[in-house]
Design a binder for this molecule. Structure first.
Ligand code: UGA
Length: 470
């Protein structure tokens, strides 16, 4: 049974090995999602961690125990480990390198316009570390990078540091999901250690040995890099598969949730990642899939299947927009409540979120928007400030008041728990367009809504609708 982040935090953690040795000295470059969670969790495991981050404001906030991202359990980890003196944040790279035996590279690898991973920040870390090497260091890639990036890191450092400096470059990819990253780190399904020297391998094994009880895959550096990309490409494929199935379900008037549950009971298929809807967003799956396709093409490998996974995903939003038009016909001056702006629940991250396409499209079509999200609104507001046709609501109920339709873009539990009868009483017309198949057609019908979904079958106008205010 997997524990929640807060249950995990209450578990006693083994901070010493059998010889009373308290952890290793670790440096972390980058305090974004992966870097911050890695730093906080390694400190929680008993290691002494110095995290270097260029953004001075982020360093000040984190040093004061204030998380810069919304991630369950992170605030508690920061507080405990800052207090214990095991975790420090700095803008000075030399402090992170000087205070460590193992240096994790956790900087961003955003997509370039051609779909390849932008490795500028990784290269910059390599150049920064090179003159600071003052004895053997193990440099570990954690950022998701194309296979063979470690070799470039090694060559870059070797060129700048000279042949006498001792170091290794290893790969230890993260499999953290936003929203459950702390739990994923402290209670992993597996740990992949890609190391080409015995010294690097044993250092990484020692780093994790005190705290985790899960399969450990020991492999070469390039294999470890590739495992991460292949894992994300498979997850993306699973989602696009169920989304194709959901379109068929729509056509056959069959419920995709029941189909997904039944096929997922076969352990060869597995029940996870079979939620149909708006498809995969975020900063990882779309980017990693695209980067993998590019690497494959460089090597002349036919990855038409993965291109199709990408194409199916890109078409999800158009399908939702078509449903909104089908539900409302003319959008000009229609009031639309948009629930959910983040790419998935339990995060404030809007990177790659459907809201980034849906909100401007609805505005261009002339609709008036009332938006609510439990965590992502400040980030969306920075891109789309409030005006007389776009407001940010304090609660979901405020957003739906007098709305002509409610559009769900993110599957937050808070939305699933809404009192649908109350929602209906507040709305001008009882129409839900559900991009995440959050509600069941039965409960929707019982509450008297018209319902448009991506794989649940639509519940279209009936006599019950007569008398509603249009
Ligand atoms: C993903 C992977 O799941 C992690 O294992 C990996 O470590 C991480 O990328 C990374 O490369 O760093 P994440 O992007 O946080 O994690 O989010 P996921 O939970 O994978 O969800 C990605 C997208 O797929 C979301 O938009 C979500 O709504 C969508 N999704 C997920 C579905 O549409 N259906 C599903 O069944 C599951």
């Amino acid at each position: 049974m997997r524990l929640t982040a807060s249950e995990l935090l209450r578990q006693p953690r083994d901070r010493e090995d059998g010889n009373g040795h308290v952890g290793r000295r670790v440096g972390v470059f980058g305090a974004g999602y992966a870097g911050l969670v890695t730093a906080a969790c390694l400190a929680e495991m008993g290691h002494t961690v110095v995290a270097a981050e260029k953004d001075a404001e982020a360093v000040a906030r984190l040093s004061a125990g204030e998380p810069t991202i919304h991630e369950p359990g992170l605030r508690e980890l920061l507080a405990a480990n800052l207090e214990a003196g095991r975790l420090k944040f700095t803008t000075r790279a030399e402090d992170a390198v000087g205070a460590s035996d193992i240096v994790f590279v956790c900087v961003g690898t955003p997509p370039r316009s051609d779909g390849r991973a932008d490795l500028c920040q990784v290269e910059e870390v390599a150049r920064t570390i090179a003159p600071l090497l003052d004895g053997y260091k193990l440099i570990v890639e954690k950022s998701t990078v194309p296979a063979r990036t470690a070799r470039w890191i090694e060559w870059t450092i070797r060129r700048l540091a000279g042949s006498e400096r001792e170091f290794d470059v290893a790969s230890n990819p993260e499999f953290l999901r936003e929203g459950s990253a702390v739990r994923d780190f402290l209670e992993p399904d597996r740990i992949v250690i890609g190391a080409d020297s015995a010294r690097a391998r044993s250092l990484l094994l020692e780093l994790y040995k005190a705290s985790v009880d899960c399969p450990i895959v020991l492999t070469s550096v390039t294999t470890a890099e590739f495992i991460k990309q292949a894992a994300n490409a498979f997850l993306a494929s699973k989602i696009s598969f169920i989304n194709v199935v959901s379109d068929l379900c729509d056509a056959l008037d069959v419920d995709v949730t029941t189909v997904a549950r039944a096929i997922g009971l076969d352990p060869r298929i597995g029940r996870h990642f079979l939620k149909a809807g708006l498809g995969f967003g975020g900063s990882c799956l779309p980017k990693d899939l695209s980067a993998l396709i590019n690497v494959a093409e460089d090597h002349g490998v036919d990855v038409g299947m993965l291109r199709e996974v990408e194409r199916i995903n890109n078409a999800r939003i158009e399908r939702l927009l078509a449903k909104i038009e089908r539900a409302l016909w003319v959008l000009q001056h229609k009031v639309i409540a948009v629930l959910g702006v983040t790419f998935k629940p339990d995060t404030d991250d809007i990177r790659g979120a459907p809201s980034l396409t849906v909100v401007p499209w609805l505005r261009a079509a002339g609709a008036d928007l009332r938006i609510f999200d439990p965590a992502g609104m400040p980030k969306l507001k920075a891109l789309f400030p409030a005006d007389d046709r776009l407001t940010y609501a304090a609660t979901p109920l405020e957003a739906v008041r007098d709305a002509n339709a409610l559009v769900v873009l993110t599957d937050w539990d808070e939305f699933r728990l809404l009192d649908l009868k109350l929602v209906r009483s507040l709305m001008r017309t009882p129409i839900i367009v559900d991009g995440r198949n959050l509600f069941t057609p039965a409960e929707i019908q019982a509450a008297g809504f018209e319902y448009y979904s991506l794989g649940h079958g639509d519940v279209t106008p009936s006599a019950e609708r007569q008398g509603t205010r249009i």
